[in-house]
Design a binder for this molecule. Sequence first.
Ligand code: TPP
Ligand code: MG
Length: 390
Amino acid sequence: MSELKVTPMRPRTQTEGASAGAGVAEERDGQGRGEQARDERDRIDPAGLREEHERRQQEQQKHIEGVDRETLLRMLYQMVLIRRFEEKAAEAYTLGKIGGFCHLYIGQEAVAVGALSALRPDDYVLTSYRDHGHALALGMSADEVMAELFGRAGGCSAGKGGSMHLFDTDKHFLGGHGIVGGQIPLATGVAFATKYKGTDQATLCFFGEAAVNQGAFHESLNMAQLWKLPCVYICENNQYGMGTSLKRAMSISDVSQKAVGYGMESEFVDGMDVLAVRAATARAVERARKDSLPSLIEIRTYRFMGHSMSDPGHYRTRAEIEQYQERDPIKVFGDNLREKGVLDDEGLKAVEARVREEVERSVKFADASPEPAPEELFTDIYASPIKPGR
Ligand SMILES: Cc1ncc(C[n+]2csc(CCOP(=O)(O)OP(=O)(O)O)c2C)c(N)n1
Ligand SMILES: [Mg+2]
């Protein structure tokens, strides 16, 4: 169907069935015997996983040779920054410094960092509420992102958006959206606008796999292919929509196949390999820029933390999480960079130290930043703001 190569990662054998371990299947709401039998078939095979892990490790080492050192180190820095930033955000949340919802990206860092590394600064980016990683990977400062999480005036959305509504027009980052799938038609419209204006900008639209069953996704893909819009649709398939596993909610498990019905190019990528994500996105962005054509990329990933800060996690087992943590995208990349001599232990420690300093500083900045002033209540709400008292 396309010149893009699909690299299957044995999706159905390694993942969702893990919670069939002793006693856990009964805990899963609404599952019958048939489902449990399927879980048995899908049970994790540790030896197979290890073998695959090693194979992918070698694959990434080969990719490292084709990317310059500065880019590699920047990607590592961004991934570590996202991880440590979010660990700090989780701590601040439990201290009551962050209100409302807060969805962590830990485990998925390679997706935002790899994909956004393939963009030009004037390309557009839209994503869901799980947006801290994208904002940081786009170069937004940890200060303004942390202050936004704290609801402070120094935040990127002036403290009125919070965790789910990060935004930066200078960086062409158009949100941060709380409605599942809401950003998909918006991104389609942005791609339409750039095409109408005759620019060669690409638009990247990130969303979770649970958004794919929405009508808006299908309507958007249909229009994008029909009108040849330069939009790259990136499904971050972390395999769960809140507490519901993909296989309980979707009739097929390979999201990339959804493109077939619209005659659109598609690709399936390992989301634990930052360089594989970068390469696949670069191919799709080139298609958008040169040929004004859309693409769908399914990036198979995993979130190590709960859906949000209030997730009891009854729908999966610790064993399943640990299986994925073995393929932690930051550890894999760091190990490979060391193996290939791009940096040594000291270099890695220096990255951690720089990141820690940046994150600590962001908390101080957010703490010191004032609450938004009451008179700001009506600003930045509509393009033509309603004047108070009218
Ligand atoms: C239209 C709509 N329906 C339901 C919700 C509630 N909701 C918030 S997150 C979520 C799950 C989305 O999962 P997915 O798209 O896979 O993204 P992930 O959270 O895994 O990143 C749901 C159902 C919502 N915000 N918007
Ligand atoms: Mg999901």
